[in-house]
Design a protein. Structure first.
Length: 594
């Protein structure tokens, strides 16, 4: 059941493979549907038998037996129709289960790489395809072979009746084609506007506090209503046009049913048809030939929606192929090297980091300072392998971090982004990274950031639900909980981007103590910060400005050099004691950019 054909590719094969996995169910559904479609002729058979056997013989027993047979046929017809529907539903579920992991991975990877995939649109497309399997449109397609059989029966009655039926089918096909041509643009625009309105509503609901606090609701609502109005306008145009074509399709079907009866009667009068009952049979069977096309025309919106969902999903899987298996690597020890690192945002060619180099031994703490937009967050993302480098490499134990399989590397790395993200689940789930929670290690991570006593004061302790995005916690509590998650499992390399931005004095002290404790265990830290409290536990310091390293070296030497430069008013570049040319293992010169 392919709703669209595109050029063959490995990713298209993923969709075809998922469809092939459903074919045993589909074949059985088709078989049941064919049986049910043939049993649709039961009323016509019953009518002929009653007219031929009962009326002529006036036998009550014959009527009773025929009635029992008809009731049995009706029961079988409903049973096979039910079975066909169940099989189609199961085929849809199997198709979704087959592709759901890849669709979710594609959503995740697309968001990570800043590829516009429309949020969770691929998952919605997969749901559309799953719901398409048991739809009336698919059932109409399944009835196609039976319609051909009925067309042969019409020819067997008389060639003229057969040709009339074929002509009617062609007319219905032209109506379906006209419906497609006339509604396609409006349906595409309506679907696009609906997605945009939904995305805008979702983004607005994520910022309800800001909207309420600053009285932005009328403006936000007006913008959403504009998008929703555009969707409704396109939808109305498509519905009006589709409705006109559906009326024409039903008119053709109704007219042709009477036309079949009239043609059969005319043939009977000419002596070219022997049995008067065949007139009614011709009318009924002719209607069954046209029924699948009529149904497909009526359900064309669903057909178009499923076809577009198939195309979008195929394009997304083509753009984001599955991750290739990586060779297992030994656990890292925490030695970090940045080699002339140049990084641009995904999808951009403008570098944010411009040739940054430094090195850290296992257990060292690097404080990265600099003004806003200096490149600190970009460096954090590059060091944990979220953003690829346009030049140079970020290495952990000599291995390019971006190419390292993060499913393997992840347990050894901790990361606290600038925008703290928590997930709907318990406190323990969030700290344990939603893996199998080891309560002892969860509590150890919470204690290290000074959060244990607070968690115990919650209604269900570590089993307390934090709500979507940690909505039930304060900003400082969310940040400390995310810090505990970063430190969970004793990672060897931790990157913290503004970890104390929302912390009070006690939180600041807990952060410094947590860093010192992990450092003593051999954990390497890179900390982006605007606050000086972290400097007390730092071994080295990197100063960034405009994406370039202005200074790098031992903390005290860098601070002394910065102090000297401030005293000199920036008139001459200062250098740290023993400064060497910038390099991964040396002390970089403290020369500001022009």
């Amino acid at each position: 059941m392919s709703v669209a054909r595109t050029s063959a590719s490995p990713q298209q094969d993923e969709l075809q493979a998922a469809l092939a996995d459903c074919r045993p169910l589909l074949r059985r559904a088709v078989a049941f549907a064919v049986i049910g479609s043939l049993l649709v002729l039961t009323p016509s058979w019953y009518m002929l038998e009653v007219y031929d056997r009962v009326v002529g013989s006036r036998s009550t027993l014959t009527l009773a037996m025929l009635t029992l047979l008809v009731l049995g046929a009706y029961a079988v017809m409903e049973a096979v129709d039910w079975a066909s529907g169940i099989l189609l539903h199961q085929a849809g579920l199997r198709f979704e289960r087959k592709l759901a992991p890849r669709a979710f991975e594609a959503c995740f990877t697309g968001s990570l790489k800043r590829i516009p995939v429309g949020g969770v649109q691929p998952l919605q497309d997969l749901r559309v395809l799953r719901e398409f399997f048991p739809s009336a449109a698919v059932r109409a397609m399944i009835e196609g072979p039976v319609a051909l059989l009925f067309l042969v029966l019409m020819y067997m009655m008389h060639p003229l009746v057969g040709w009339a039926t074929l002509a009617a089918a062609l007319v219905q096909g032209l109506v379906a084609w006209g419906n497609e041509r006339d509604t396609q643009a409006s349906l595409l625009a309506a679907n696009r506007a609906a997605r945009e309105a939904q995305l805008y509503a979702d983004a607005s609901l994520r910022n309800t506090q800001v909207i309420e606090a600053m009285g932005m609701l009328p403006a936000i609502r007006r913008r959403w209503l504009q998008r929703q109005g555009e969707f409704l306008q396109h939808q109305a145009v498509a519905s009006d046009r589709a409705g006109s074509w559906q009326v024409l399709s039903r008119f053709v079907q109704t007219s042709m049913s009477s036309a079949f009866l009239g043609i059969a009667a005319w043939l009977l009068l000419r002596g070219e048809m022997q049995d008067a009952a065949l007139m009614i049979v011709a009318s009924i069977i002719g209607g069954r030939v046209l029924a699948p096309i009529v149904t497909a025309t009526a359900q064309w919106r669903m057909v178009v929606t499923a076809r577009d969902a198939w195309k979008r999903l195929a394009q997304l899987l083509a753009a984001l192929p599955p991750r290739p298996p990586a060779m297992p690597l030994p656990a890292p020890t925490g030695r970090v090297v940045a080699e002339n690192l140049m990084v641009a945002a995904p999808g951009s060619n403008t570098p944010i980091l411009k040739g940054v180099s430094f090195s850290l031994n296992a257990g060292e703490v690097l404080a990265v300072v600099g003004p806003s937009a200096a490149g600190k967050t970009t460096l954090a993302r590059a060091l944990v392998g979220l953003w690829p480098s346009a030049g140079g490499k970020a290495r952990l134990d000599g291995v390019d971090v971006f190419s390292w399989d993060h499913l393997e590397l992840g347990p050894h790395v901790g990361y606290l982004p600038q925008g703290v993200e928590l997930f709907d689940g318990s406190v323990a789930d969030n700290i344990a990274r939603f893996g199998e929670a080891d309560r002892e290690r969860v509590e150890d991570a919470a204690r290290r950031v000074g959060l244990h006593e607070f968690i115990l004061s919650l209604p269900q302790g570590y089993d307390t639900e934090v709500g979507s995005d940690g909505a039930r916690l304060s900003g400082g509590q969310r940040q400390r909980l995310a810090l505990a998650r970063a430190l969970y499992g004793k990672p060897v390399f931790v990157v913290l981007d503004e970890p104390n931005a929302s912390l009070d004095e006690a939180g600041d002290a807990a952060l410094a103590q947590a860093i010192a404790t992990a450092k003593a265990r051999g954990t390497t830290f890179v900390i982006m910060t605007h606050r000086t409290s972290v400097l007390a536990v730092s071994d080295k310091m990197l100063v960034l400005a405009d994406g370039q390293a202005q200074a790098f070296g031992p903390r005290d030497q860098v601070l002394q050099a910065l102090k000297q430069r401030a005293q000199q008013g920036g008139a001459a570049p200062a250098r740290a004691a023993g400064a060497r040319p910038a390099g991964p293992s040396g002390v970089a010169p403290l020369e500001p950019s022009a």
